[in-house]
Design a protein around this ligand. Structure first.
Ligand code: HEC
Length: 197
């Protein structure tokens, strides 16, 4: 049978008047189809036969590892510069610090800093030293044995810095109900940024 390939072909069956028209697929569509077959073959060889490409799990592990490296570097940089970290006093920074405090610290130190499980942060007494570097350090490292969490695994360096700065605004505040009794001596002599009295 001679048939013009550009014309659709009417197939020679007929069921109760229903006939089938064999339309030709557009060339671009057919090419797309071939390309998917080629792609699948390349994909199979690249990822599964030769094993050149990383599969999802390996790719995830690789991304996590480089993420950890970036995080480790940022944490190392923060720790290295900790001694010269400035006390923040900007209202926006202190507000950030306040929000972190209410969310993470208030359950143990009370919303007004009066102290619950954790010591009173609104008095002039310190367990671990009164200057800003000491305060940042104690928040960063925590005192896990005494129930103070190591916040470096939870908070970002910037958050530790703002919440440490915020704590100084609680000092000497008039509390609604009496705060926790001092757990240490008044600091003999304080120095450095943020030192209180
Ligand atoms: C699970 C309870 C708990 C939480 C939550 C907690 N702390 Fe503490 N914190 C403590 C305890 C307990 C101590 C006392 C540690 C010690 O006696 O060595 C402490 C000590 C401190 C100190 C030292 C006080 C001093 O007198 O030297 C600071 C500063 C401090 N916490 C800040 C924070 C900040 C900021 C947060 C929130 C990011 C926080 N804490 C969250 C329990 C907690």
């Amino acid at each position: 049978m001679s048939h013009d390939p550009k014309e659709p072909l009417l197939l020679d069956h007929n069921y109760d008047g229903i006939q089938e028209l064999d339309n030709h697929l557009p060339r671009w569509w057919v090419w797309l189809f071939y390309i998917t077959i080629i792609f699948a073959a390349v994909y199979l060889v690249y990822y599964h036969v030769a094993g050149i490409g990383d599969l999802q799990a390996a790719e995830y592990a690789g991304e996590m590892k480089s993420g950890e490296q970036v995080k480790g570097a940022a944490m190392g940089k923060f720790e290295a510069g900790l001694a010269s970290l400035p006390l923040l006093t900007g209202p926006a920074e202190l507000e950030d610090g306040r929000q972190t405090y209410i969310k993470y610290c208030a359950p143990c130190h009370r919303a007004d800093g009066g102290g619950l499980v954790g010591p009173n942060l609104a008095d002039s007494y310190w367990v671990h030293g009164s200057n800003y570097t000491e305060t940042v350090k104690i928040i960063w490292e925590g005192v896990p044995a005494k129930g103070m969490i190591t916040w470096k695994t939870v908070l970002k360096p910037q958050q530790v810095q703002t919440v440490a700065s915020y704590i100084y605004t609680l000092r000497g505040a008039k509390l609604g109900s009496p705060g926790k009794l001092p757990e240490n001596q008044l600091p003999a002599k304080t120095a450095g940024p943020g030192a209180f009295e």
